[in-house]
Design a protein around this ligand. Structure first.
Ligand code: SAM
Length: 494
């Protein structure tokens, strides 16, 4: 131990690190923390003297940028291609084939997230596996989001150049097929590199699930050898947020050794030959009947039937398809549906029932805009993006639609990787309301990802100007809980 930083200050910083970065340093590893802080101090031009460090730390504000810098000195970068076969086998043999069967010739999309991706070996492994498994992979809309807190790791990941050590579990055949020689090293082929999108995300932060970070409706999340460093409180919060980032029945793949079941109440542990893997419990968020007047539920829930099945029927037969929304007598008078009822169903995550009830409202031409909005959101939250888009188009055909509706449809288009269409839709939102913060923010994000940095910064500047009068912890209207401070920070960081 260097013993340059006094114990009380080190413990205090340890508390901040635990809360904000998730990881906890027990007494016997405090020297690692001290080493990290000292290395960071050196980067800030501070000498390794107790006096200098105390002064520096006492004036210091741990903002996101500073924490991210500290993270580059504290995080462990151990990873390699095709690491831990067990999780990859479950992905390859059990999870992906089912999804392919379900979505082939329909919407043909997959959403995968490597959370704590380090230098990229894990997400590139997943991209290679998907290319191997799906012969017409170019006809699929595949999202592989790869995030890490450590920007230095992410830069290396984006460069995609690896030393032989990263290939200790990789067959020669795969190496030959998916990598090009680059001196002593190997560079990932452009086709695989393009399948992965890297971005910085702190798993101990509330940046997910969110449309802004593109972390919603994931089919599979790989979060291996990351959460093992988290303290129990942060671990509980992180598993809860990861659960919320998954579609119903989506999978969270962790490392076999890292966690115990206490942190997985929201998941069903499915035993395989290779170990136990966690699947989001279907209908987890569904509340029980007492919250809702009984009359509203009678005869309305049919758990055996899928939403898609019901929808197909509606498409073929209902007047909704013709845009009439009038079908007198279809709603049982006794049901006395109100906007509050459907909103409550939505707020409690009863998306399938909410859709059904909204459709009933539409058939009597009641609360059309609101019902369509809820239907779109429900489908989006169920991960049924084509349906969400379809109903979004209907929403936009209504009279008097505002910027928020265009923004909603645009965010679904972003999730469906329809970036061009999303941009056009956001421009319409901003035409209707040039002060719509979320539309500026989302458009800025799309442009940034397309490397149109100047245009992106124009929209981020608008975000900051529009939020200038907000308190830091004030919610941004319509953002489902994002604070003004967080949004400003995000634009500044970019
Ligand atoms: C040991 S590596 C695991 C890499 C890969 N998942 C694997 O299993 O091979 C752990 C990664 O978690 C990242 N990490 C640690 N704390 C994090 C946090 N709070 N948010 C996001 N990433 C974090 C580290 O930067 C590091 O890249």
């Amino acid at each position: 131990m260097n013993n340059i930083i006094p114990a009380d200050i080190l413990h205090e910083t340890n508390g901040i690190v635990a809360r904000r970065l998730g990881c906890d340093y027990p007494e016997n590893r405090l020297d690692d923390l001290e080493r990290g802080i000292l290395a960071m101090a050196r980067e800030y031009g501070i000498k390794d003297s107790t006096e200098g460090i105390i002064k520096w730390l006492s004036d210091f504000t741990w903002g996101t940028t500073e924490l991210n810098t500290l993270a580059t000195f504290l995080t462990v970068g151990e990873t390699y291609f095709f690491r831990e076969k067990a999780g990859l086998d479950i992905f390859r043999k059990h999870i992906i084939p089912g999804l392919i069967c379900k979505r082939r010739y329909k919407d043909q999309y997959l959403r995968i997230w490597s959370a704590g991706c380090c230098t990229g070996e894990e997400p590139y492994t997943l991209a290679i596996l998907l290319s191997e498994m799906i012969p017409d992979v170019e006809n699929w809309n595949i999202t592989i989001l790869a995030t890490d807190i450590n920007n230095i790791f992410l830069e290396k990941a984006k460069a995609g150049i690896y030393s032989p050590w990263s290939f200790r579990e990789t067959s020669q055949l795969i190496k030959k097929q998916y990598f090009n020689n680059s001196g002593k090293n190997f560079e990932i082929t452009p086709r695989i590199r393009e399948m992965v999108t890297f971005s910085q995300l702190n798993l101990a932060d509330e940046q997910y699930p969110s449309e802004v970070t593109n972390t919603m409706n994931m089919d599979v999340i790989f979060c291996r050898n990351v959460l093992m460093y988290f303290n129990p409180d942060q671990l509980r919060l992180a598993t809860r947020r990861l659960n919320a980032s998954l579609v119903e029945s989506g999978w969270l793949i962790t490392s076999a050794v890292e966690l115990n079941d206490d942190f997985f109440h929201d998941f069903t542990g499915t035993p395989f030959e290779q170990g136990i893997f966690y699947q989001k419990r279907p209908g987890k968020k569904e509340i029980s009947a007492p919250y809702i007047a009984k009359d509203h539920l009678q005869g309305s829930v049919n758990p055996g039937k899928t939403v898609t099945g019901r929808l197909t029927k509606q498409y073929n037969t209902s007047p909704i398809k013709r845009g009439l929304f009038i079908s007198p007598g279809k709603v049982h008078a006794k049901e006395n549906l109100t906007l509050e009822t459907v909103q409550l169903l939505f707020d409690n995550g009863r998306y399938s029932t909410c859709i059904e009830k909204c459709m009933q409202l539409l058939t009597i031409n009641s609360f059309v805009t609101r019902s369509l909005t809820l239907i779109v959101k429900c489908y989006a939250n169920l991960g049924k993006l084509p349906e969400a888009h379809h109903w979004g188009e209907k929403l936009l055909q209504q009279d008097g639609i505002d910027a928020a509706a265009y923004y909603l449809v645009a965010s679904i288009l972003v999730e469906s990787n329809e970036h061009e269409l999303a941009q056009q839709t956001l421009k319409k939102a901003l035409y209707l309301d040039p002060h719509h913060v979320l539309s500026h923010f989302l458009l800025g994000n799309i442009l940034y990802r397309q490397d149109k940095k100047n245009l992106a910064s124009k929209h981020f500047r608008n975000v900051r100007e529009l939020l200038a009068t907000f308190e830091k912890d004030e919610m941004v209207p319509g953002s489902d809980g994002l604070t003004a401070g967080r949004m400003i920070e995000f634009t500044e960081r970019i």
